[in-house]
Design a protein around this ligand. Structure first.
Ligand SMILES: *Cc1c(COP(=O)(O)O)cnc(C)c1O
Length: 406
């Protein structure tokens, strides 16, 4: 079921008193647009069944705009960060350090020292080397072992992260060895974490993972480590075709019935922000080459990389209907790459100058954006109740070159 804010047929698109077409008159396309109400609804669906000491840590890499992080801080969410840059963003948004977890397969000595200094909730350890670096730091930071549970998430190979031959985490065997090698006096081992991948549609995988984590936790406790939380990672899918809904509330409920002796920690990214955001773009031109009709739009793969990187397909509609009949188009961007395509077979009715909306682009959209082809990044706007605000200005040409020594 498509959330209301995304319904073309609903009387008011996004805002009570403002139509999307009116926003297009004020803000230049392309732009990202997010709905505060939708972000809050998604976040609350995780939070409502979580206990007081459980932590729902939004995965900052899905969308790291500080204004969006602030919304989540207000709701009491924690944050999962994978770089010092993201950690600093979360702090800047007002997050309390003891609600932040730091994952990542290549954390440097400086990264670890910075995180330890902040006294975050947990540093998720992904190699033996990291233990050695952590051991000598002051503050005795709380750590968790990120295990690679050797589970297939049946998702796109680029977003599988939990199989044994994948770079993330450490094996359960290695986790046990670490727990045997280092005493509770040497390391402050308080959790086990895992992240099996992204866009996971089979919810039972999370419960299977919970069983693995509980088993391992029992072993670590028997070795004297004071395990207080289990972190099942993120990865719950959303339906990019806008037909199905995967219910975070039910997932949290099921995990809570499975994990009773530890605090539950989750790291959702996509399922919080993907459907809360869209891209609005204008048709630059229409053309036909060979058998194919194209709509060339002003948003490109540099702004929205998922189709080019993962062969992802986003639903696209026109903002206003014209009198023409719909027909099938390949929607393509202006970037000089054949991969700069949002897919063929989109049934649309649009002319040059018309605006299109590309749905479900709130996650891994702007945060993956680049300046390829010297394209300035587009503006981002947030709709809250009956108004909208620009939460990131569109970049200018001067922004593009300002670090170049000329
Ligand atoms: C990316 C990532 C997540 C979030 O995944 P989603 O599919 O966006 O929910 C969670 N944890 C870690 C460690 C990640 O790298």
């Amino acid at each position: 079921m498509r959330p209301d804010y995304f319904s073309k047929n609903s009387e008011c698109l996004w805002i009570e008193n403002l139509e999307l077409s009116e926003i297009c008159e004020e803000v230049q396309t392309p732009f990202y647009i997010y709905s505060q109400a939708s972000i809050e609804a998604a976040a609350n669906s995780y939070l409502k069944n979580a206990g007081n000491t459980d932590l729902i840590c939004y995965s900052v890499k899905a969308n790291s705009n500080i204004n969006l992080l602030k919304i989540l801080v207000q709701l009491g969410m924690g944050f999962d960060v994978v770089s010092v840059g993201e950690l600093k963003r979360a702090l800047k948004a007002g997050a309390t350090a003891n609600k932040i977890v730091f994952s990542g397969v290549g954390k440097s000595a400086a990264d670890l020292a910075f995180a330890a200094e902040q006294k975050i909730y947990s540093i998720n350890i992904e190699s033996h080397q990291e233990i050695e670096l952590i051991k000598n730091l002051p503050n005795n930071p709380r750590i968790s072992l990120r295990i690679n549970p050797d589970m297939a998430a049946n998702t796109h190979p680029y977003i599988e992260t939990g199989k044994s031959d994948c770079k993330f985490g450490i094996s359960e065997t290695e986790a046990l060895e670490i727990a045997k090698t280092y005493s509770p006096e040497e390391i402050n081992l308080v959790g086990i974490s895992a992240h099996i991948g992204s866009q996971i549609t089979d919810v039972s995988l999370f419960l299977e993972l919970a069983e693995k984590l509980k088993n391992l936790a029992t072993h670590l406790k028997n070795l004297g480590h004071n395990i207080d939380h289990l972190d099942v990672g993120g990865g719950l899918a959303i339906d990019y075709q806008l037909e199905k809904q995967y219910d975070p509330a039910q997932l949290v409920k099921d995990l809570k019935s499975s994990i009773t002796d530890y605090d539950l920690l989750m790291e959702p990214g996509r399922s919080i922000v993907a459907q809360s955001g869209a891209v609005v773009t204008s048709v630059i031109t229409k053309k036909t080459n060979g058998q194919r009709d194209f709509l060339v739009v002003d948003v490109g793969m540099n702004d929205l990389m998922r189709p080019a990187l993962y062969s992802a397909r986003h639903a696209i509609e026109e903002i206003k209907n014209s009198d023409n009949a719909s027909k099938e188009y390949e929607v393509v961007g202006p970037v000089c790459e054949t991969a700069d395509s949002f897919g063929a077979g989109h049934l649309l009715n649009a002319d040059a100058g018309d605006q299109l909306i590309i749905y479900s682009t709130g996650a891994y959209g702007s945060s993956m954006g680049s300046n390829y082809n010297s394209r300035p990044k587009p503006a981002e706007i947030l709709v809250s109740k009956d108004k909208y605000t620009v939460i990131r200005k569109a970049e200018s040409f001067e922004d593009l070159i300002k670090l170049e020594e000329i």
